[in-house]
Write a protein that binds this ligand. Sequence first.
Ligand SMILES: [Zn+2]
Length: 223
Amino acid sequence: MPIAMHWYEYLIELISPSFCLSCHRLSPALCVDCYHGLEFYYQKDSSLEEGGRDDAASNSKVEIVCRLHGPLAKLLKAYKYQHAKNLGVFLAHLIFQHAHLTPHYDFLAYIPLHPLKLRQRGFNQCQVITQALGELWQIPVVDLLKRTTYLSPQAQIEDRQERKSRVKGIFALDEQVKNLIRGKRILLFDDVLTTGATWREAQSVLLTAGATTVDGLILASKK
Ligand SMILES: [Zn+2]
């Protein structure tokens, strides 16, 4: 890599189309101006801290890396819906460079898609990012959770209890997985946080099965 090049310039040159996916200017996949428009932050999301959970869940940490707006929102849209699968590696490097957490986990895991949705999209965007992160951090990535119920987006549901009961039971674990995760520390990744209900349900399933820690890593949130 030439010394003057920033890591992300080098990466997006490797993977990219010839225009910025955010502003459509002739450039790599994310031009320098749009890169500087990203808003990184460290935040324990308060909506994930609502009461009524057991000790292991309330002691967990959730890091949100970036605010979902402008350039990142456009990049994520291109990533998910225009089959720009290679952008997953770029997004993993973005997280690797900007996340504050200490990656002292036994496994990385991710929120699965329902098989029907996986067929429609062709890939799980969270899985691609998590696998690239696993390589960067040298932590095994394990396909822990299965999605058993297809849900349409739930951003409009205002009531917290209703959101919670709607996602109850949407994930399942194989018996082998239960043996694997007992006593283990897991970092559970999701790309975009809407209400937190889905992520919390996945966390709850893993804790109930015996994991000691299930922390969260979220690429982006609107808040
Ligand atoms: Zn741009």
